[in-house]
Design a protein around this ligand. Sequence first.
Ligand SMILES: Cc1ncc(COP(=O)(O)O)c(C=O)c1O
Length: 451
Amino acid sequence: MSDHGLGPRYSETVSILDQAVADAHGAYAAARPRSAAQAEAAARVLPAGSTRSVLDFDPFPFRVAKAEGSLLHDVDGFTYVDLLGDYTAGLFGHNPPEIASAVQAVLDRGWSLGAIGDNEHRLAELLCARFPSIEQIRFTNSGTEANLMAVSLARHGTGRTKVLVFDGAYHGGLLYFGPHGAPLRAPYEYVVCTYNDLGSVASAFDTEGSDIACVLIEPMMGAGGGIRGDLEFLTGLRRLCDANDTLLIFDEVMTSRMSIGGAQLRLGITPDLTTLGKYLGGGMTFGAFGGSADLMGAFDPARRGSLTHGGTFNNNALTMGVGAVAVADLVTESALDRLYERGEALRNRLSERGSRYGLQATGWGSILGIHATDREISTPADLGSVDQRIGELLFHGLLTRGFYTARRGFIALSLAVTDEQLDGFLAAFDGVVHELSERSILRESLTNLPP
Ligand SMILES: Cc1ncc(COP(=O)(O)O)c(C=O)c1O
């Protein structure tokens, strides 16, 4: 028996995999001395050398010298097709001229107003017209803040305290329900259920329904792995919320791109509150939450007991001005529908290629996840036993071939990515898979590692 107690074939596979990962890291580092030096200097003043944990990867993230269209150029002279799309915030690609001139228009008229400009209500009108659940909206600085506001509003509106969420869900830095999320979690009282398991929600309502203010859910778990909520599950949630006078909050920070009216329009399910973020501010810092005029009227000072909604940068001139142009001119129904179709086609093509090596592509529309398992994935827990080293090798293999995705296999297509680039990506994917199977890594690991 080996040190692991798992038998010689397993230990052999472990060492092949570990060696392959070490080789990939070594080759990456050797080719990028400038990024390495910057990473080292940054780590002296920023923990781990950056200020957004999800961008970190081993051995160190490359430093961007310039971004244009669908491309990122790093300081060591490498160019990558950007398939990460800033975790969905980069819907427009880099530096589109329409956004650049919208920024210039704001700069020409002044920013940091400390007063109300004319773009604020324009952006609000545009968004209210699109999302079936939103009659009135309020802006925040981030998706995290939008979710915190929506949950607090729901608790206020219902007079109840508890918040029903799903294991493994990510709703922002202070609302993460995955491993190690607890220390930074906003201190609400949570009821944690299992995604796509209506039974778990029904029994929570049976025991504490009268205390549950709201259900907070993403119609597709983005950071959780690109896991779609079944229509039956989501419809059932709507029904349970109605039966228990609980508010249903759709976190559409990522899924709003599924159609002109977000995932909710595609699904035909109208939540009570919706939260938005990412690209809808035209690439500027953005968040928003909205719902019926009655619920949102809690912020109207004419109402007794009204709430105060602060935030120095809630209506910052850049987000309001650039967001209004981006939403009106670039985030059109046809642009979103076309991107959705292209994402679906890419996922099918990836799945076709990956399935015989035990890889699968999950996700919805233009948001995809690549996972090294052929088991059905309906909750983040289903990904718990997946060997992360395979993902690491895929990630580095794709980087070496000039394609930037997230280390955890996340892809968000931008409007700037071309069909030719997606063909090139599939060829690169084939190349990595071929290389890993030649080295007996893919087949060996998936047939031999314990579940
Ligand atoms: C579903 C979801 N909700 C909320 C957030 C938080 O948004 P922000 O990073 O703008 O705070 C994210 C960010 O990735 C997200 O994916």
